[in-house]
Design a binder for this molecule. Structure first.
Ligand code: FES
Ligand SMILES: [Fe+2]
Length: 402
């Protein structure tokens, strides 16, 4: 099913190549400039998007072994992920039941017992409170009621999704709309996490706009990716998740081949985004190197943090390691010094009120769709949330809900 979707997208791409066309939305779309800096709106985005939807918080490959863990901070919410005895993953609020201390510092490692740094209450990796320091002096408490608060968690396509709110009821499969079947072709489960670096940027939506935007590539990135980079793009969508690809003239070679003779590797390119905060692209570093960017809103509407995660398809040798380090430095430079430097200037400029709105062209349908989905989530109360997703529809642009 997902293979046929990939090939349908490739053939659609080919049709655009032959016609010399790109995807065009019905109209130019306008976004109020205030959406990028208004604190009330930002608070609503935190509540109705980042605290209500599954977020990509890690990779199966970095927590393969039973007893491994990862501690992360998401919009100030401390979260602990653990791989437990039966091989499944658990997620918890990383907050002590005694007086609210964060228990496990940010980072990853191995360990099945976690002692709170404040008064040494100790939890196991299934979230149970196992010991209370000087329990006889502390007084009677029911330890079985004082475990870590669990969060909804799921692994799909080698990616770890968590909803950072305990009572969240949205099904992760409802949210993914079948997109994980496509993502599975990248084989993240079998990858190695070979690097991670943190960047800071403007409002999360200004930052995210850039990942859906090929229009700027030959202009803003003329010194790095080069002036010959294409600015044209095609968009495919699964609910709010989008793949952005360039018209690819190499497909002309395969035009007459039956679908079964097309190599999947040839049709997996482009930028794969996962709403609301992830972009996946691949580069070369002596072998395929994935850059999985996770964007998180910063402490306020004018800042964001991006974690660039690098995944290689196999364990790198020394020569590849050097190429990976070079590629990581290059991609840090491109994103921090070109994209986010521009974004930070946009942030300051829109806040002055210089423009009342910003524009997304007919050729920027990805950005249009993203902002429309943000609006939908902000408008939907909890009961309306599952109804926003239509599962079973996949992939190709004429089903795209721009
Ligand atoms: S706050 Fe954790 S043991 Fe006191
Ligand atoms: Fe860019």
């Amino acid at each position: 099913m997902s293979r046929s979707q990939l090939l349908a997208m490739a053939r659609r791409n080919l049709a655009h190549v032959k016609a010399g066309t790109v995807d065009q939305a019905a109209d130019v779309y306008r976004v109020p400039a205030v959406n990028y800096h208004d604190p009330d709106r930002w608070n609503l985005e935190m509540k109705r998007i980042f605290k209500r939807l599954p977020l990509l918080l890690g990779f199966s490959c970095e927590m393969r072994e039973v007893g491994s863990y990862r501690s992360v901070l998401v919009a100030d919410i401390p979260i602990l992920l653990t791989r437990v005895q039966d091989g499944s993953l658990r997620a918890f609020l990383n907050v002590c039941s005694h007086r609210g201390s964060v228990i496990v510092p940010e980072g990853s490692g191995r360990g099945t017992r976690f002692a709170c740094p404040y008064h040494a209450w100790t939890y196991d990796n299934e979230g149970a409170l196992r010991s209370v320091f000087k329990e006889e002096d502390f007084g009677q408490v029911d330890k079985s009621e004082l475990g870590l608060t669990p969060l909804p968690v799921a692994e799909r396509a080698g990616l770890v999704f968590v909803i950072p709110t305990p009572e969240a009821s949205l099904e992760i499969d409802t949210f993914l709309c079948g997109y994980d079947e496509l993502l599975a072709h990248h084989g993240f489960e079998d990858c190695e996490l070979v690097g991670r670096q943190v960047l800071t940027g403007p409002n999360w939506k200004i930052a995210y706009d850039g990942y859906l935007d090929f229009y700027h590539l030959p202009i803003l990135h003329r010194e790095t990716f080069g002036p010959d980079m294409q600015s044209d793009s095609l968009f495919d969508a699964w609910g709010p998740h989008q793949r952005v690809s360039m018209p690819n003239s190499e497909y002309l070679e395969f035009e007459d081949l039956p679908d079964e003779d097309w190599e999947l590797e040839e049709v997996l390119g482009g930028v794969w985004t996962i709403f609301p905060h992830v972009s996946i692209a691949d580069f070369d570093a002596g072998g395929k190197l994935y850059l999985v960017s996770q964007l998180f809103p910063g402490p306020g509407p004018e800042e964001s943090t991006t974690i660039q995660n690098f995944l290689a398809t196999s364990k790198p040798d020394a020569a590849q390691r050097e190429l990976i380090d070079e590629q990581m430095e290059f991609l840090r430079h491109v994103v921090q010094d070109e994209d986010y430097a521009t974004g930070n200037r946009i942030q300051k400029a829109v806040k002055t009120g210089a423009k009342s709105e910003v524009l997304f062209g007919r050729n920027e349908g990805g950005g249009q769709s993203f902002h429309r989905w943000v609006e939908r989530f902000l408008e939907a109360d909890d009961d309306a949330l599952p109804g926003l997703f239509s599962t079973g529809e996949g992939g190709v642009s004429d089903k795209r809900d721009v």
